[in-house]
Design a protein around this ligand. Structure first.
Ligand SMILES: C[S@@+](CC[C@H](N)C(=O)[O-])C[C@H]1O[C@@H](n2cnc3c(N)ncnc32)[C@H](O)[C@@H]1O
Length: 258
């Protein structure tokens, strides 16, 4: 169940900034693939939206040493970490919301973004902003977590708490529609389902919190000890994986052109 509130997202990622890099090998693997996909393009100005601690922006600088790179994020904590980790590398770090980009129309040749757009309260508005600041012919190349992400957790919560109503992250169709509404053409969308093993529900919830991904309705329901124990038992029974449990992460890959 994922209802998005931008202020909560900002705070959660600021709280997570210090430990984020140690815990996110999945994010790095996806970010590296994302940048590689566009590495042969000719792009003088590149924007990384939701740059977090700057992994994608820094990789972009490696592939495009002559280009001007901007890393943009909502969270001052994540940007502070990005500045620290990539000190001396000529990347501009900007604090702003993807739904209101502080740039003139037609400024960038390439927009990269990895695992950030699922946090936009209004995906269409965010894509419209992306469209506005891209030059005609520019490329939009992103990943985002899709609707099946953590589906086992939400099923286990719903089964043990009838008031818990699951609401999904954007899926492939919603992403395609939002891109079309924003005006993008040549849209190419793909997805993959990645399964990760955790010891139990407690470990999964701790991990989600530690990487800043706890800004969902998860934090608005009361998960007492007994309830959590029931959810954990249900999860182990229905979604076992080796000696632990399995959590799915749907990653949507979207590539489009203005
Ligand atoms: C899961 S992290 C991904 C960070 C980085 N792209 C990576 O792959 O490691 C999501 C990032 O998106 C940022 N974010 C969330 N909502 C945003 C918004 N509306 N505008 C800008 N950044 C946002 C968060 O602050 C966080 O740093």
């Amino acid at each position: 169940m994922w209802t998005i509130f931008t202020d909560k997202v900002r705070k959660a990622f600021t709280d997570a900034a210090d430990q984020y890099d140690i815990l996110t090998s999945l994010h790095k693997e996806i970010g590296r693939e994302l940048v590689k996909k566009t590495a042969r393009l000719d792009a003088a100005r590149i924007l990384d939206v939701g740059c977090g601690t700057g992994y994608v922006a820094n990789k972009a600088k490696f592939f495009f040493p002559e280009s001007a790179i901007v890393g943009l994020d909502l969270s001052e904590g994540m940007l502070g970490k990005a500045r620290q980790l990539h000190e001396g590398i000529p990347i501009d770090w900007v604090q702003a919301d993807a739904q209101a980009l502080p740039f003139k129309a037609e400024t960038f040749d390439l927009l990269l973004s990895s695992l950030a757009y699922q946090w936009a309260e209004d995906l269409s508005a965010a894509f419209q902003e992306a469209y506005r600041i891209l030059r005609p012919g520019a490329v939009f190349n992103i990943t985002l977590f899709g609707g099946r992400t953590c589906e086992e957790l939400f099923l286990s919560l719903t089964a043990n708490n009838p008031q818990f109503k699951a609401r999904s992250l954007p899926g492939v169709d919603q992403t395609r529609e939002a891109l079309g509404r924003a005006g993008f053409g040549h849209v190419d969308i793909d997805f993959e389902l990645i399964k990760i093993e955790f010891k139990n529900v407690f470990e999964l919830l701790q991990w989600l919190k530690a990487i800043g991904a706890n800004t969902t309705d998860l934090d608005t329901i009361f998960l007492g000890k007994q309830m959590l124990a029931r959810v954990d038992e249900y999860y182990h029974k229905h979604f076992p994986y080796n000696a632990g449990i399995c959590a799915s992460f749907e990653v949507i890959w979207a590539y489009a052109q203005k």
